[in-house]
Design a protein around this ligand. Structure first.
Ligand code: ZN
Length: 584
């Protein structure tokens, strides 16, 4: 029976169902978790014996750069990244290459080998949506979706400047359908627009050129639109001034703008059973917090500002962050924040690319290596871990490396082990520059996260935060049959033995996707179908028509015709629209 399996006797960690290491059997039928299988079904069902092992829902990555034009630019400008990491084809799998920016096939296999089954692309420029979907479609195994770059969009800047939230909402709804995307991404609000004039924005109340809208107005307006429409995801924010000493202040002030905003997730979906309320509680998702948390005034006196932002988040309930950790080694920085890339070019002199996607959004790519011997890089390592350890409630944090910005996602096992093992952190401290210790709090933190916490940070919370907990991030009845089995016996877990943890996280014992075993000890053994999620957001026809008059009028400035703008569903693998804002 396809998609039917039993995972027996494992220690189960399923935070959305408040299951913390109980020995349980998981039953999956036709790809979905069920309460039990009948005697007849049990007779010839596939069984995984997970005795003495850790069982979690399949991993969910809510912020990674895995598809689209800038990812591909990263691949083509870095041949050196490709000959270093190769993958041979097998009778089942494609060949592949690439360390920080792997080819589409390799990235699908690499994620699955680590136990991940769901990955969301963090930044889709509207005019590159087709390309993004082509790459998502070609990425094997992973269920995917992506956020649309809208923080510097002509129409939204105009509508929000004029205070026309309803028209802005109609536009966002139409754009989600048109580009088959899932949520609103806001990169360097109002600032990327200024990049068209070779400038940036450095304060929340500075209006940009021509559109005369400020970051504060942009963040507030996009959030209003987001909650008016009842989007699955909170506003996904890459704050202004990212990567600059002192940026922690503007980051905290940006979060304050949305204090008091009531989150409203209006999705028409079937929810899997969970003990906890699976709806999102936050109105803002601060992406890659580490990059937004520098204190100080220059690179000479910079220090961690994580504590300050973490204190704020500890006292509020509207913020969720992902960490953007920087394990040491090679990375490829890629972002919709064009001016930030130019700043990195000025710092490093590395080869770089910088593009404007017909002014709808900017983008840049630059290779980068984080060295243990470098004071700032060492500090960044400490800051990334502080983000996950100084915020007390694990339901406010998500673990990422902002792959491949802080480092490739294949370094997740290191990050998972650092947050679980003080001994591993100490070992790394002993190898890196003293700024890591002197200019951050990390050295004084003895918190070690549990397997339950880890299941929150890598499964339950990313799924809940982005509105995928109706089927991902839990093992409740009705959830997708996505399961990771790690070779870790929680009864014998020893955080001092970090080598064992690293090994277990690098290659999951089993990765199960939709009830099919897809990887065993890191080796891909089957390639079941995947899905692509997007938000089909409903607004009144009249509102859409009115808004489209403006769009069509402006389209004479585009290099393509209006009819060629949308991304048809055929670009998606098993398109799975999520109905949003359905009026009954
Ligand atoms: Zn990112």
């Amino acid at each position: 029976m396809a998609g039917t399996i039993t995972i027996k006797n494992g220690y189960v960690f399923d935070p959305l169902n408040e299951i913390n290491g109980e020995i349980m059997d998981i039953f999956i039928k036709d790809g979905k978790v069920v309460r039990e299988l009948s005697a007849a079904e049990m007779k010839d069902v596939k069984v995984i014996d997970a005795s003495g092992m850790t069982v979690m829902p399949g991993g969910v990555d809510s912020h990674s750069h895995v598809a689209g034009a800038k990812v591909n630019a990263g691949r083509s400008m870095r041949p050196e990244d490709h000959y270093k990491a190769n993958l041979q084809k097998t009778s089942l799998t494609h060949s592949g290459s690439g360390y920080t920016v792997p080819s589409v096939y390799k990235q699908g296999y690499d994620y699955a080998a680590m136990g991940y089954t769901t990955v969301f692309e963090a930044a889709i420029p509207p005019l590159e949506a087709r390309h993004t979907h082509e790459e998502m479609r070609a990425t094997p195994l992973l269920d995917m979706g992506g956020y649309l770059i809208l923080g510097n969009n002509f129409f939204l800047m105009r509508y929000l400047h004029d205070g026309d939230t309803e028209k802005a909402a109609a536009y966002v709804a139409w754009m989600m359908k048109t580009h088959k995307s899932y949520g609103i991404k806001c990169v360097n609000p109002a600032g990327v627009e200024n990049w068209g004039w070779g400038k940036n924005i450095h304060s929340l109340d500075e209006a940009n050129i021509h559109f005369e809208i400020t970051p504060r107005e942009t963040i507030k307006g996009l959030s209003e639109v987001n909650e008016l429409l009842g989007m699955p995801v909170p506003l996904h924010l890459h704050a202004n001034n990212l990567g600059h000493p002192g940026c922690c202040t503007i980051t905290e002030d940006s979060l304050k703008i949305l204090d008091g905003v009531k989150p409203r997730q209006n999705m028409d979906v079937e929810w899997a059973e969970t003990k906890m309320d699976p709806a999102r509680k936050c109105s803002v998702y601060l992406a890659h917090m580490m990059f937004n948390s520098f204190a100080g005034t220059t690179w000479g006196d910079c220090e961690s500002g994580v504590k300050e932002i973490a204190n704020y988040i500890n006292n509020k309930d509207h913020v969720v962050i992902d960490s953007g950790c920087t394990p040491f080694g090679e990375a490829t920085v890629m972002t919709g924040d064009g001016p930030a890339i130019q700043d990195m070019y000025k710092l490093t002199g590395n080869k770089w690319s910088n593009t404007d996607v017909e002014m709808e959004g900017g983008s840049g790519v630059i290779p980068f290596t984080y060295f243990k011997s470098n004071p700032v890089h060492s500090l960044q390592w400490a800051m990334g871990l502080e983000c996950l350890l100084l915020i007390n409630d694990p339901w406010k944090t998500i673990m990422t490396t902002d792959s491949p910005n802080g480092g490739p996602f294949t370094k997740y096992p290191e990050v998972m082990t650092w947050i679980m093992s003080e001994a591993f952190r100490k070992q790394t401290f002993s190898e890196c520059h003293k700024w890591a210790n002197d200019r951050s709090e990390l050295g004084s933190i003895n918190r070690e996260l549990s397997l339950y916490d880890l299941a929150i940070l890598t499964r339950a919370n990313p799924a809940k935060t982005i509105g995928m907990a109706h089927r991902k991030g839990s093992l409740g009845v009705g959830a997708d049959g996505d399961v990771t089995v790690y070779n870790i016996n929680p009864q014998q877990l020893d955080a001092n033995n970090y080598e064992a943890l690293l090994q277990a996280f690098r290659k999951a014992e089993y990765t199960v996707k939709g009830g099919e075993i897809v990887a065993v000890k890191g080796e891909i053994v089957s390639l079941p179908e995947k899905r692509t999620y997007y938000s089909e957001v409903h607004v009144e026809d009249e509102k859409e028509k009115e808004m489209l008059t403006d769009v069509k009028e402006w389209f004479r400035y585009y290099t393509l015709g209006f009819a060629n703008y949308p991304t048809p569903e055929k670009y998606l693998k098993n398109p799975t629209p999520i109905q949003v804002n359905v009026v009954r």
